[in-house]
Design a protein. Structure first.
Lengths: 603, 200
């Protein structure tokens, strides 16, 4: 490996830099992906602690562990954290680490933009959580319904932190989305036609398109609230004719595609893990691609199924019911294709594969309850109850998080060169899966018995005390499962068995290169002739990947991304300053960064 | 083209999968995102059209003849972009400098009209806070104006590059991409002008 490195022209002085400086200025997709992963995992722990605090409060009727206001802050930040600081960035982490390798690229299309996305995400997430130190964390729910968020009803800084922080995170996500779509369209290896791309790359492509299209709608919705709160506009002022329904429509126009933004990466992971450990190509490759595209498309036409209770009328209700039922079809197709992939395969049940199969089962359970409340009459009984909480935790904790865990076990060896411990893995698998079902299965009953969401306590007469206690115990059990995984990841860094290039004998290009991959990924970019290059044409591919390196140029590190991210998030934070022109300082800082960025020599 | 590709982590010899320049492709995708951004702002305006409980109302205050002139100015700036790009690609330095500056001036002219319009409305008693029309009008045209401002500054910087001889046929793509942005902002204005001024 050292001999390969020697052929790559290194940046003058790069060797002398410390690790911290290296990470602050890196534009390498693998390092940025790792930064994303570590940051998102930390927020996962924070969001998990928030959830457990909520569960302690709900363990007994009429509990006084949390005040109503603290409960509001915690459930709002739990939802916001898990969606924007965990679900989306962990997917971005895996896209960053895996996708360029899968398509045979040396990096993403815009390496500095990639770093900028990460730093905006980091600073934005810290900014939003800083509100806890002031005791004024966002408290209007992750959906932030107008006009609860108006200055009249939420006079504190809580909502300001929420709208400004999310604006920053949205910018970071859109930049990431543009970067990934461009990368996938333009930087594929020779022969890697679109219909030869690994399914994980396909899912990152479709997910990124959803990010690019859905997040700007949310940005506008946030701007409307921002202008209402800071400059007295009338968008959600009832007296001036403002309509809170506009917020709901804009929010869910973003919010429903967001659901698929969260779940499609997990679909991609399952579509890599299951064929690998079944020793069979994915069943129905093109159907899998088109069903995901269809999910992305129909995902734009179902948003108002979150709004039946607002009384939209029978025509709208009927349309959104039908559209929502229809979207279950391509999703069901995927489930059957995964099962058909396993059918007759030589299945190897390790922890990764166990999580993948468990994800299919649990996600399907969440899907079934989803189909139940897509129907308006059902929905009116279930909306705003714990039944809905059970539903979306089944699809997100069951589908997304278990899918991600499968992906962690699967790609950890590629990133670190070490295998994760299977023994600890099984401990985490059984504690997590038992805890998860124990937490959320009883919520179907508590919900149908009438326990409302987002209320900090309940009376003993409702008769759901025991079920809630079961949920709370289950919550701690699944928390233990997560700790096992985190511990396993840290421990395996040192103690894990060496993984080698391709420990799973997988088919896709990321397994052709070293573990961890060298900075330039491949000495020479291989030419691909099939969907399973390492199963079909392993020898020529490896010969190319490890040939004498062609003269190549990797983009040098840059400190402008981190400085510009400080400028962008700083501009938003300076809205809290007592003088109106304070944000202009941040804007000027950002402008200086943009100019230096534009003229920075990068080749 | 080869130079532009090399900056994105690929060896000069490695062409892109589609043959398109990566930066240009990325910018097109970004404009797709911008479409949804302005689409949402325009929708907000349309949803609140006629919902204001107090005046001034659009018909009382919008000046179609004046805005037609400013629209013409903005559309001509797009023509100037086309001529300037052609001159840049053919290496006609003086002509390129002239037409790039024309874009800057026409764009600034449009912003001048907008500044005049905004102050006029202010004196007529229409502000961000007056009614729903004021809120949705100013936020939509304001975000559009901010985009034009960014475009003017961007193209002004490219003019300075061209003036110093750092922009020519070899990297005319830089101007082409700024031009894409400029045309996009222009098209958004056509939608705004039609939906907000003309259809009443």
């Amino acid at each position: 490996m050292a001999t390969i490195e020697a052929h790559v022209p290194s940046v003058p002085g790069a060797k002398k830099r410390s690790l911290v400086w290296d990470l602050m200025t890196t534009v390498d997709h693998k390092k940025i992906g790792l930064l994303y992963a570590v940051t998102a995992l930390l927020w996962f722990v924070v969001g998990g602690i928030e959830a457990l605090l909520l569960r302690i409060q709900l363990a007994r009727p009429a509990n006084t562990f949390l005040s109503a206001d603290m409960y509001n802050q915690l459930f709002t930040m739990h939802g916001t954290t898990m969606v924007f600081l965990v679900g989306m960035p962990i997917a971005v982490a895996l896209f960053n680490i895996v996708m360029p390798l899968q398509i045979g690229a040396r990096d993403v299309a815009f390496p500095r933009l990639n770093a900028l996305s990460y730093w905006i995400f980091l600073f934005g997430s810290l900014f939003m959580n800083f509100s806890f130190l002031l005791g004024q964390a966002p408290n209007a729910g992750w959906f932030g319904y107008a006009n609860l968020t108006s200055a009249q009803y939420s006079p504190g800084l809580n909502i300001d932190f929420w709208i400004l922080g999310l604006q920053a995170l949205g910018v970071a996500s859109i930049m990431g989305g543009v970067n990934f779509v461009t990368t996938i369209i333009n930087l594929r290896a020779p022969g890697m036609r679109m219909m030869r791309m690994p399914l994980f790359t396909w899912m990152s492509f479709i997910q990124s398109i959803l990010v690019i299209t859905a997040l700007p709608v949310f940005a506008v919705a946030l701007f409307l609230v921002t202008f209402d709160r800071f400059w007295g506009t009338n968008f959600f002022q009832i007296a001036a004719g403002g309509d809170p329904m506009l917020w709901q429509h804009l929010f869910w126009l973003f919010g429903h595609p967001e659901v698929y933004i969260l779940i499609l990466p997990a679909f991609g992971i399952l579509s890599e893990v299951i064929p690998t450990f079944s020793r069979k190509p994915l069943f129905g490759y093109s159907v899998m691609v088109f069903s995901a595209a269809l999910i992305g498309l129909i995902g734009w036409g179902v948003w108002a199924h979150h709004m039946y209770a607002t009384g939209m009328g029978p025509v709208a209700d009927a349309y959104f019911t039908i559209a929502t039922l229809v979207i279950a079809i391509p999703t069901g197709v995927k489930i059957f294709n995964w099962i058909a992939t396993m059918w007759g395969g030589k299945i190897r049940f390790n922890v990764s594969m166990a999580y993948a199969t468990a994800a299919i089962v649990t996600f399907t359970m969440g899907g079934v309850s989803g189909v139940m409340h897509s129907t308006t009459p059902h929905n009116l009984q279930q909306t705003d109850t714990y039944f809905v909480v059970a539903h979306f935790h089944y699809v997100l904790l069951g589908g997304l998080i278990m899918g991600l865990f499968a992906g962690f076990y699967y790609w950890y060896p590629k990133v670190t060169g070490k295998l994760m411990s299977e023994k600890l893995g099984w401990w985490s698998f059984w504690t997590y899966i038992a805890g998860m079902h124990m937490t959320f299965f009883p919520m179907h009953w508590t919900g149908l018995l009438g326990m409302p969401r987002r209320v900090f306590t309940y009376s003993a007469e409702l008769g759901v005390g025991t079920l809630n206690m079961v949920s709370t115990v289950g919550g701690f059990l699944s928390g233990l499962g997560v700790l096992f995984i985190v511990f396993n990841m840290i421990r395996s860094l040192k103690r894990g068995a060496p993984a080698g290039r391709n420990p799973w004998n997988a088919a896709t290009l990321e397994w052709a290169t070293e573990s961890p991959p060298v900075a330039h990924n491949f000495n020479r970019i291989p030419t691909v002739h099939s969907r399973e290059p390492l199963w079909v044409e392993r020898e020529p591919i490896e010969a190319t990947v490890f040939a004498e390196p062609e003269p190549l140029h990797m983009p040098p590190p840059s400190y402008w991304p981190i400085l510009m991210a400080a400028g962008i998030v700083g501009t938003l934070a300076l809205f809290f300053a007592p003088v109106w022109w304070a944000p202009l300082i941040g804007l000027a800082w950002t402008a200086v960064c943009i100019i230096n960025w534009a003229y920075e020599p990068i080749h | 083209m080869a130079a532009a590709t090399a900056t994105h982590g690929h060896g000069p010899a490695h062409a892109t999968a589609t043959g398109l320049d990566t930066l240009k492709l990325g910018f097109w995708i970004f404009l797709g995102s911008e479409t949804l951004f302005f689409g949402s702002l325009i929708s907000t305006y349309m949803v609140y059209k006629g919902e204001s409980v107090v005046g001034p109302h659009p018909t009382e205050i919008l000046n179609i003849p004046l805005t037609s002139i400013s629209t013409f100015v903005l559309l001509m700036s797009s023509l100037a972009v086309v001529i300037a790009l052609d001159a840049l690609q053919r290496g006609l330095r003086q002509r390129a400098l002239f037409w790039i500056m024309a874009v800057v001036l026409l764009g600034s002219g449009f912003l001048g009209f907008q500044a005049y319009e905004f102050t006029h409305f202010y004196h007529e008693g229409l502000t961000l806070t007056t009614n729903l029309f004021g809120s949705s009008f100013f936020i939509l045209t304001g975000f559009h104006g901010a985009h034009v401002t960014v475009g003017v500054l961007w193209i002004l910087m490219l003019w300075m590059d061209a003036f110093r001889g750092r922009l020519g046929p070899h990297n005319a793509l830089k101007f082409e991409i700024a031009g894409l942005y400029w045309h996009f902002v222009d098209i958004v204005w056509i939608a705004i002008f039609t939906l907000i001024y003309l259809i009443n």
